[in-house]
Ligand binder design. Structure first.
Ligand code: FAD
Ligand code: SF4
Length: 501
């Protein structure tokens, strides 16, 4: 398919274009359904937004992208109306752009460095990334030779990406070696795709019955439809990545089994940090208290939002969700959709300190979530039958900055009050699950139980690499993907004998 070529605008004309808004379902409709909130830019809006890009000689946006997408190249291609060309640039550096375009905290990554933002608002890079990924999926025939360039041994040599960090796979079809990937989340899937492109035979072992990690059990359908995840995983399978679900490494096989009996040459551990942390306040054993992981897994992965699903979940009349990150935001918006009125978000600092993506905070507010800011939970109160009836809280004020640089909350004496609720969801963080590491005693861990790696992401065990949340602690999708990409490069060099041998 040939693409139209729209002539470039002069810089002054580009500066006059306002940032385009993302079309979305109206708040009063969407707070009662689980379908996607953002509707995506159409072709016209995408071109208009991309025309705002100044195509800077020394672009800064890429410095904020952990997977080093060539942002000016793909954005200027969109501005020309060359969507297939844009897809070519995007897929070269990012195997999962439909996902990262939806869930990346762009305002803290690429967009906060965008030079266009020095005067006015930055280019909406995330919206454009999503647009191109969706366009490519919908126009698979037009992009097949593009999106699959370098992913397929049958692709002609000159059609492959000229990416210096992606050596071309062997053309005789013989794999360069066998790599096992533990965990099918963003870190594992990215590493798997990169390694397959480099010519390795890759098997992903996933503990759950489906791959995607947080994409499928955590982040909700209304932010990231499962069909998008499925399509991007299908592209990896088409590359030759083998996926084995219902395999728990540490139980079904140990890491040593993978390297000996199963015959893998290297392993990438990307099993995330899925063990919930609780506040340790009185009343956590009452009926109606969930970790965010359990609440979201029931509703999301096990489809409890669907009346026909066999998965039980309490449909809150009044909910209190504790936390201020993306997980808390997903949980409180879910509680709202299940009928909670009010659905309270209880956070001990102020809105400015909330780590959640700005867009999620904005959407939650529009949907009618009740923000209980500067509020610290003290205890969960129950009725005579052991069911949650309220959350005892205390009001806080902001004091001096703490080690994180954020102003720390200080309790206001005598400000205690009870927030009525029948469901409490704790979304205050997660940590590493020791199941895998306990069975691999020669893996060096830090004091939080995360795996220690060197600058190539190799662990204390030769040939065993690790990345994503299991190394960083709970972080972001794009950092996990960046680790997956980096680990794939390091594994390739290690296998060729350049590193660690
Ligand atoms: P995970 O995504 O956790 O994947 C690990 C995988 O390994 C899982 O599939 C797990 O089942 C599997 N596994 C675990 N143990 C084993 C084992 N022993 N054997 C085999 N498989 C195993 N980040 C953002 O950037 N933007 C957001 O909007 C955002 N929202 C979030 C919302 C929620 C509800 C949650 C929970 C997280 C959110 N995050 C967000 C954080 C982000 O999703 C994580 O930082 C990221 O998924 C980490 O990727 P990972 O590949 O390291 O681990
Ligand atoms: Fe920005 Fe994330 Fe896309 Fe990189 S991957 S350009 S950080 S939205």
């Amino acid at each position: 398919m040939t693409q139209p070529s729209i002539p470039p605008l002069k810089p002054a004309e580009r500066m006059k274009i306002p940032r385009q808004s993302m079309p979305a379902q109206s708040a009063d409709l969407r707070n009662a359904n689980f379908t996607e909130v953002n509707l995506g830019l159409g072709e016209h809006l995408a071109i208009r937004e991309a025309q705002r890009c100044l195509d800077c000689k020394d672009p800064k946006c890429m410095n904020g992208c952990p997977v080093q997408i060539n942002i000016p190249a793909f954005v200027t291609a969109v501005a020309r109306g060359d969507f297939a060309g844009a897809a070519k640039h995007l897929f070269r550096d990012n195997a999962l752009p439909g996902i990262s375009g939806r869930v990346c905290p762009q305002e803290k990554q690429c967009e906060c460095l965008c030079i266009r933002g020095n005067k006015g608002e930055p280019v909406a890079i995330g919206y454009l990334e999503r647009f191109v990924a969706d366009w490519a999926r919908e126009h698979a025939a037009a992009t097949a030779p593009v999106a699959l360039a370098g992913m397929d041994n049958s692709t002609p040599q000159d059609a492959r990406p000229a990416c210096p960090t992606s050596p071309v796979a062997p053309t005789d079809g013989t794999p360069r070696g066998r790599v096992a990937v533990v965990g099918g989340g963003p870190a594992g899937l990215t590493a798997a795709g990169e390694l397959a492109r480099k010519g390795y035979a890759v098997t992903v072992y996933e503990a759950l019955h489906d791959v995607g990690g947080v994409f499928i059990y955590g982040i909700l359908e209304f932010r990231l439809p499962k069909a998008i995840v499925r399509k991007e995983v299908d592209q990896l399978v088409a590359l030759g990545v083998k996926i084995e679900c219902n395999v728990v490494i540490g139980r079904t096989y140990t890491i040593d089994d993978l390297l000996s009996e199963e015959g893998f040459n290297a392993v990438f551990i990307a099993n995330g940090a899925g063990l919930p942390v609780f506040l340790g306040i009185p009343g956590e054993n009452l009926k109606g208290v969930y970790s965010a992981n359990e609440f979201l897994t029931r509703v999301n992965l096990m489809k409890a939002y669907d009346a026909h699903s066999a998965t039980p979940v309490l449909r809150p009349k009044q909910a209190a969700v504790i936390g201020g990150g993306n997980v808390a935001m997903d949980a409180v918006r879910t509680a709202k959709r299940l009928g909670a009125d009010p659905a309270n978000l209880v956070y001990r600092r102020s809105r400015t300190e909330m780590p959640a993506r700005l867009e999620e905070v904005h959407h939650a507010e529009e949907e009618g979530v009740a923000f209980q800011m500067l509020t610290n939970p003290l205890a969960i109160l129950g009725d005579e039958n052991g069911w949650v009836k309220a959350l005892r809280c205390q009001r806080m004020e902001l004091g001096e900055p703490d080690a994180s640089g954020r102003r720390s909350p200080v309790a206001i004496p005598g400000s205690e009050f009870d927030l009525p609720c029948d469901v409490v969801v704790e979304a205050i963080g997660t940590k590493a699950n020791p199941l895998l590491t306990q069975t691999t005693p020669d893996l060096k861990l830090d004091k939080r139980g995360n795996i220690v790696v060197d600058e190539t992401l190799m662990t204390s065990k030769p040939g065993v690499f690790a990345g994503g949340d299991i190394v960083r602690g709970a972080a972001t999708v794009i950092l996990a993907m960046g680790d997956g990409k980096k680990a794939a490069g390091a594994i390739d060099r290690w296998m060729r004998g350049a590193v660690g041998s």
